[in-house]
Structures are given as structure tokens and as C-alpha cells.
Design a protein around this ligand. Structure first.
Ligand SMILES: [Zn+2]
Length: 187
């Protein structure tokens, strides 16, 4: 995971997004249970059930954060036209104008089925874009360190897995990438 360079405009908001490293998450058991139903629907390959589970997952989160509900579309494959500015989205995207999240089941190039972990992580990632606009009121939603940290907090809560401290290394031009080896080791 790699962050974006700060934009020319809205720098203050960008830096704020970078600074907010965590987010409140629902503490009840409902969220992990819905996540499990997503996993089951993926395993049994039932498209309507998967869509319903994803929709419930996002509805539960939207209620918790008191933001408008967002719609979700689960596609078999990546659509041919994905907005260029969001081209780093490999498994899903979000449109702030329509508040629509799209996630797809297959990787773009090798046409492999996305794993449950990647799928759930994508859903959380796209929902965090929704939160950037609707909860934080940012004029755009950037891939900052804070953004990835918030998405990770949400993902691990949903999956019921322990949160690891993300280790960032600078790659120049005020950009960062996660050092996964050090992140797994926890230092
Ligand atoms: Zn994104």
C-alpha cells in the first residue's frame, strides 16, 4: 500500500486525513456476524446472498457513523471503465456523487477469485472513502497514512483479528509505503 502525494489544493484537509490514525468502531457482535455471512455467501457462491450481506454490512456501519447509507454493487469482474484517478483501486471503487460502492469478485489481470480477506478489506476501504466525504467532510478522499490506518481498524474489528501497528517507510515526494515485513513482526 502506497500513499498519494499531497495535492496542490486542500493541503490542510489532506494533512488532517493523514493525522487521523484511528476511528471508533462498533463494539457489539453484529459487525463480525455480518462479516461471517459475507464469507459464507462467498463460499457457497450465492450472488444474491452476497449482495444482501454486503448491503447489511454497510447499512450497519452507516447507522453507527450516522452518515447516509451507501449503495453497493457486487460485480463478477472489474468494469471496463474505472475512473483514472482511482486506478489504484484493484478490487472496488466508490463514487461520491452517487454514494455507490462497487466491488468485484475477480482480479483484473489474472481473473482469479478474490479471497474473503481481500474482499472484506476492499469493502472497508471503500466505506472509508464514503466516511471521508460524509463524516469528515473532506472535499476529496485521499490515500493517506491515516486513511489506510482507519480502514485497517475497521477491517480488523469486522474480522475479529488483532490490529497490527502499521510500519511506514518514506519513498520520496512525501509519499509512504507500508513495510509489511516489519508490520507483521510488530516493529
Ligand atoms: Zn481507495
Amino acid at each position: 500500500m502506497v500513499t498519494e502525494s499531497p495535492p496542490r489544493t486542500h493541503r490542510a484537509e489532506f494533512l488532517e486525513s493523514d493525522r487521523i490514525k484511528t476511528i471508533d468502531v462498533p463494539q457489539d457482535q453484529h459487525l463480525p456476524l455480518i462479516a461471517e455471512s459475507i464469507e459464507l455467501a462467498m463460499k457457497s457462491d450465492k450472488a444474491p446472498e452476497l449482495r444482501r450481506a454486503c448491503s447489511e454490512f454497510l447499512k450497519h456501519l452507516s447507522e453507527f457513523y450516522k452518515v447516509p447509507n451507501c449503495e453497493v454493487r457486487v460485480l463478477a469482474a472489474r468494469p471496463p471503465h474505472v475512473r483514472e484517478s482511482w486506478s489504484m483501486e484493484l478490487f472496488g471503487d466508490y463514487s461520491p456523487d452517487t454514494m455507490l460502492i462497487r466491488v468485484w469478485r475477480q482480479t483484473a489481470v489474472r481473473k482469479e477469485i478474490t479471497s474473503y480477506g481481500t474482499f472484506l478489506s476492499t469493502l472497508c476501504h471503500e466505506f472509508c472513502h464514503h466516511l471521508d466525504f460524509e463524516k469528515f467532510g473532506f472535499p476529496d478522499s485521499w490515500h493517506t497514512r491515516g486513511f489506510y490506518e482507519r480502514a485497517a481498524v475497521l477491517y480488523h474489528r469486522a474480522r475479529g483479528t488483532p490490529l497490527k501497528k502499521l510500519v511506514w517507510v518514506p519513498i520520496g515526494r512525501q509519499r509512504w509505503r507500508i513495510d509489511w515485513q516489519r508490520t507483521s513482526r510488530g516493529r
